[in-house]
Design a protein around this ligand. Structure first.
Ligand code: C5P
Length: 251
């Protein structure tokens, strides 16, 4: 079974990083017209669970990127993937350091569960090295490689294990695109339009730069959710990406 073929309006997933259901549904409804999908992570899911995800789907009718970063033994991760399958998420995350057997189990469970419950299985993408890690943090947990080498290694393992793509920083997009070829999905947070505050993100790129470097999906949170007018911030980002969208249509 293949992954979702639902066409996104734009490659932007807006991150709703809040445990609060009414804030999340309010934001979702406001920005729905100008984004491709919504990203819900551990903060929201831990507080609101599958019911909360359904409320967001109802408020926006947008594809959901469920960023739950699964990492456990293969059997447990497979069970977790089956448990969220009925939500019909567009994309799910696992940690690549869960290893090959765990990643393979996640993909297999997604395909089987999706076959029973919804038509298309979610894309499964892997977190390579958390961007909060530097070389010293890696050494401390016994990984002698530099961050960049470990990212390449884990992205390659993700591909070998059947994942659809990885999450990476904008800085790594061009390298991974050239290593892993077209078709392997690259999802990047750390995206900031020129006019937005950097917040705590250090290795940033503008949305247009990230897509030009080879990113398939962009995760944008605070530049939209923290704006005075989230709907117009989202529309501004969509307009900045319009040249790329229309040249892709011409192909
Ligand atoms: O608000 P901002 O645009 O910085 O939000 C980015 C989103 O991407 C947040 O949900 C954050 O958890 C997530 N993320 C990140 N860096 C990573 C992985 C995920 O910022 N390496």
């Amino acid at each position: 079974m293949t992954s979702p073929d639902r066409q996104l309006k734009t490659p932007v997933f807006c991150a709703l990083d809040t445990p609060d259901l009414s804030r999340a549904t309010g934001l979702a409804a406001k920005v729905a017209d100008a984004i491709g999908g919504l990203k819900l992570g551990l903060e929201f899911f831990t507080a609101q669970g599958p019911k909360g995800v359904k409320q967001i789907q109802k408020a926006s009718d947008l594809p959901i990127f469920l960023d739950l970063k699964f990492n456990d033994i293969p059997n447990t991760v497979a069970g977790a993937v089956r448990a969220v399958a009925p939500l019909g998420a567009y994309m799910l995350t696992v940690h690549t350091n869960g290893g090959r057997a765990m990643m393979e189990a996640a993909v297999k469970a997604a395909s089987e569960a999706a076959y029973e419950v919804v038509k298309a299985r979610p894309l499964i993408v892997g977190v390579t090295v958390l961007t909060s890690f530097d070389n010293d943090d890696l050494a401390e947990i016994g990984v002698e490689s530099k961050v960049v080498d470990q990212v390449r290694r884990m992205a390659e393992l993700a591909k070998l294990s059947g994942l659809d793509g990885v999450v990476c920083s904008p800085r790594e997009v061009a390298m991974l695109r050239s290593d892993l070829g077209d078709g392997f999905k690259l999802v990047t947070p750390g995206v900031r339009p020129e006019w937005a505050s950097k917040d705590d993100q250090k290795r940033i790129m503008s949305p247009l730069e990230a897509v030009s470097a080879g990113a398939d999906y962009l995760v944008v949170g605070r530049p939209i959710t923290g704006a005075k007018d989230p709907a117009s911030a989202a529309a501004r980002i969509a307009a900045e990406l319009a040249p790329i969208e229309s040249s892709a249509d011409d192909l």
